[in-house]
Write a protein that binds this ligand. Structure first.
Ligand code: PFF
Length: 450
């Protein structure tokens, strides 16, 4: 028996592809991918990341969309009902809860970094970076993050904007992503062309695509795998809840491949836009979360119409973050509406307030509380490590195990409706054996057990 979603449905396949790509393409691609690639030595890290997308990311994304569409509710309720339908334990709904918690934690710091992007719209636009040197750009960034009040103000503004879209529901999401995603792609291509012309492009290509495995550690492999989950928005119910709004006649397999390709293309393009500038200006590729805020303004400060393109770039980065943040909070909001009988607006206010509050910890971790560390990690580092490297992969394999082992083959093949039985068997093999094993091995390697 097919269910319908009480929250509405996407109006077309394109709308779903744009919304899911909007969730996938975000700060992870443009801000995080370049700096973690820089920190982990380049090519070998990129290769491991690409393999993870292909072997783990795509099958789990298919599983998540499939579960969402079959359950048609918030991830907590979807997992509860599907477990019941398959005769599994009711504890599977805990998976939905873990996802809700991960969403809160990720959004709490995501919003702070998105706030940086918004602040840079104003800075680049007002010509602060015109003709400035690499040192000048770094010191402007340093002064900015040292000011907790400014960071808090931008974080608060971003949270308000996110909740405003979520309050308007599926239609609100759809309208926002439809014109933002193509615009983002166009600007990125323009920046790559600039980097080809003005930066050390060859050096950047070697850095990104020549794999030197002596440069990668087991923690680097865990980071690459965690990032595959983060960048595709997997393991926390975001894609599951978007799947819940997917019309029944749309093919999940091909749609997933399109989303994963778009996401990977944006990350690689971001790398090709940023590293040529890093190398041409003698900057440090492993300089951490400030990387794009310290490199791209150099390009904008020296190119013709740089302040216009620069402003546009940070506007789009902010938009990319916006379309992702919406999906980070949607599982919690959908649950509040379904279970607590709240209006969407009230659900948004409550979940927004909690996230905003946790975000204050990240704001302070860049200044006043920068020295407050645990295992050498600040509050922001801990949240990032815990969510991306541990929670998302862990929830991700549970999703794979549920789809592969708990649900019946008839149910999954009915919902996925892949073109051939061979494709379905291959997908089953990946979610049943390859994904769980790969994640467990990477975990054990990272804690140096094997
Ligand atoms: N995929 C987003 C990015 O790459 O920026 C981040 C994200 C969004 C992670 C939604 C998880 C999620 F559920």
């Amino acid at each position: 028996m097919k269910k319908t979603s009480q929250h509405g449905e996407w109006s077309s396949r394109l709308a779903f592809v744009l919304a899911a790509s909007g969730s996938a393409v975000g700060l992870g691609n443009i801000w995080k991918f370049p700096y973690i690639t820089g920190e982990n030595g380049g090519g070998a890290f990129v290769l491991v990341y690409l393999v993870c997308i292909l072997v783990i990311g795509i099958p789990i994304m298919m599983a998540e969309i499939m579960l969402g569409r079959r359950g048609r509710q918030s991830p907590v309720n979807t997992m509860r009902d599907l477990a019941k339908e398959a005769g599994g334990s009711r504890f599977w709904s805990l998976l939905g809860w873990l996802g809700v918690v991960a969403g809160f934690l990720i959004l709490s710091y995501y919003s702070v970094i998105a706030g940086w992007a918004m602040a840079y719209v104003v800075r680049v636009g007002s010509g602060v970076f015109d003709g400035v040197t690499a040192d000048g750009v770094s010191s402007i960034f340093g002064q900015f993050v040292a000011d907790p009040e400014k960071l808090l103000a931008w974080h608060s503004l971003f949270m308000i904007l996110t909740m405003l879209v979520v309050a308007r529901g599926v239609k609100g999401l759809e309208r926002t992503v439809k014109f933002l995603m193509p615009a983002l792609l166009m600007i990125l291509i323009l920046l790559v062309v600039y980097a080809m012309d003005q930066g050390s492009f060859q050096q950047a290509v070697s850095f990104l695509f020549e794999a030197d495995f002596s440069k990668i550690t087991s923690d680097g492999i865990l980071t690459a795998m965690g990032h595959a989950f983060f960048t595709l928005s997997l393991g926390m119910g975001a894609i599951m809840v978007y799947g819940a709004y997917l019309p029944s006649n749309i093919s999940i397999g091909s749609t997933t491949v399109i989303i994963a390709l778009a996401d990977t293309a944006v990350a690689l393009l971001a790398g090709l836009a940023i590293f040529p500038i890093v190398f041409a200006n003698g900057l440090e590729p492993g300089s951490g979360p400030g990387l794009i805020f310290q490199t791209l303004p150099i390009a904008f400060g020296h190119m013709a119409f740089g302040s216009i393109f620069g402003t546009l770039f940070f506007v789009l980065l902010f938009f990319a973050a916006w379309t992702s943040s919406i999906s980070l909070i949607e599982p919690a909001v959908a649950w509040l509406v379904e279970n607590k009988n709240m209006s969407r607006m009230r659900a948004c206010i409550w979940s927004g307030l909690v996230t905003w509050f946790v975000g204050i910890g990240t704001v302070l971790s860049f200044n006043i509380a920068a020295d407050l560390t645990l295992f050498g990690k600040t509050f922001f580092d801990i949240l990032d490590y815990l969510t991306a490297n541990i929670m998302l992969p862990l929830c991700g394999i549970c999703i794979a195990i549920f789809a592969g082992w708990v649900m019946s083959k008839e149910a999954t093949s009915d919902e996925l409706n892949l073109k051939s039985p061979l494709l379905h068997t291959s997908w089953l093999f990946l979610v049943k054996f390859v994904c769980p094993l790969a994640v467990v091995i990477v975990f054990l390697k990272a804690i140096s057990v094997i």
